[in-house]
Design a protein around this ligand. Structure first.
Ligand code: KG4
Ligand code: ZN
Length: 373
């Protein structure tokens, strides 16, 4: 059977994502082919404050959502009349940001008389693995059963999927998300916002690979913890700054001339990244072996990290398992991933009413009870 024959309805889905700091709208054909995928990023806006201010994020969504829709329709060569259904993220995320997308999608659905589907943002990150380009090209197809590691600025979890739209949560972070830890350590090192890509770039330049940071294994669980690592990183960076005669404390190192030398920054960035990658990869591989997975999926913004992709690819290959990682632009928040998940939900018969509301703490799945399969 061809990919298209297996692809779910509807034939043209308009998908809206606004849960955090990216305004994304995509047009998805046959449930998985990206006709257009426009993202207005607020990164530059939030760089001034070094983090997201929810009210500022919501206002920026309002400012950009109509131009993003216009661009998405024009890129796809489509009009709203061509659209069969509208999908929108309704959680988890920032309430004010979610509401902008939800109200926009509801209005489109109501005015143009189209069915509406509510999508869980986390399910979107998972379904990015099934996306294909307009001409049908893309990574290999994920095979069930699979384990998926989703690592983003707000979430870090490991889940087992034995079929579409069913999840067994194997583990999740008990404190910070992996991306949040990258962002905080980036700030401590005086690197530009957002910290993740900056730490990753700095680590790649490291020539010495002997900085040692702790790993939180949390026994045999599949849970993660990054707050201890963050504290250890702060202590090590403060020590290095003191040794270099630089000021220590909140805000120190923000100016380029007050930063540690590049070589030392790179070594510390590498040590921190190595700790995160080691724990993420080790637990994912252990979960894949324990559940008899036939493929591994990696997603979320931190999946853009080269070291994580490379190490997981190596270890998956050693097990003979395909690793599916969407390209970086599909790993960070975007409308196409919401379209891929929304099309599955639509094909399963799900419809949302115009009463659809934001669910800022919407979970993907409840944690697995120990020992249960
Ligand atoms: O999925 P995403 O766009 O938004 C959320 O749903 O959170 O993920 C954003 C996160 C940020 O914390 C960012 O620093 C991190 O992904 N990130 C990276 C890299 N690129 C983005 N972290 C490590 N290495 C990268 N190359
Ligand atoms: Zn996300």
């Amino acid at each position: 059977m061809s990919d298209d024959a297996r692809a779910p309805d509807p034939s043209l889905l308009l998908a809206v994502e606004s849960s955090c700091d990216e305004t994304g709208i995509a047009l998805i054909q046959d449930g998985r082919r990206i006709l257009s995928n426009v993202v207005a990023s607020q990164t530059a806006l939030h760089a001034a404050t070094g983090g997201i201010v929810p009210e500022v994020a919501a206002r920026a969504h309002l400012r950009w959502i109509v131009p993003v829709l216009d661009q998405a329709l024009s890129d796809a060569g489509a009009t709203l009349d061509d659209v069969d259904a509208v999908a929108v993220t309704y959680g988890p995320g920032l309430a004010g940001s979610l509401l902008v997308g939800i109200n926009f999608a509801k209005t489109l659905a109501w005015v143009h008389d189209k069915p509406l589907v509510g999508v869980n943002h986390l399910e979107g990150h998972l379904y990015a693995a099934w996306l294909r380009d307009a001409d049908g090209t893309g990574p290999v197809e994920p095979v069930f059963p699979l384990v998926a590691l989703i690592v983003s600025g707000g979430h870090t979890f490991l889940v087992e999927m034995r079929d579409h739209l069913t999840y067994r949560l194997l583990g999740q972070t008990v404190d910070d998300a992996a991306g949040e830890a990258f962002d905080k350590v980036g700030r401590l090192l005086g690197l530009p916002y957002p910290g993740g890509p900056a730490v990753s770039r700095s680590a790649e330049a490291a020539t010495r690979h002997d900085a040692e940071f702790p790993r939180a294994w949390l026994g045999e669980t599949y849970d993660f913890s990054f707050s201890g690592l963050k504290t250890a990183a702060r202590r090590t960076i403060d020590e290095a700054r003191r040794d270099a005669g630089l000021p220590v404390g909140a805000g120190a190192g923000a100016e380029p001339e007050a930063r540690l030398p590049d070589a030392m920054t790179a070594e510390l960035a590498w040590g921190f990244q190595d700790s995160v990658v080691d724990v993420l990869v080790t637990k994912t591989i252990r979960a894949a072996e324990a559940t008899g997975a036939r493929s591994i999926v990696l997603g979320g913004g931190v999946a853009a990290n080269t070291a994580l992709r490379a190490r997981l690819a190596n270890e998956a290959e050693a097990l003979g398992l395909p690793l599916i990682v969407p390209r970086p632009a599909l790993c960070t928040d975007n409308g196409a991933m919401i379209g891929a998940a929304g099309a599955r939900r639509f094909a399963a018969g799900e419809r949302a009413s115009l009463g659809l509301d934001a669910r800022p703490f919407l979970p993907l799945a409840l944690p697995a009870v120990a020992g249960r399969r």
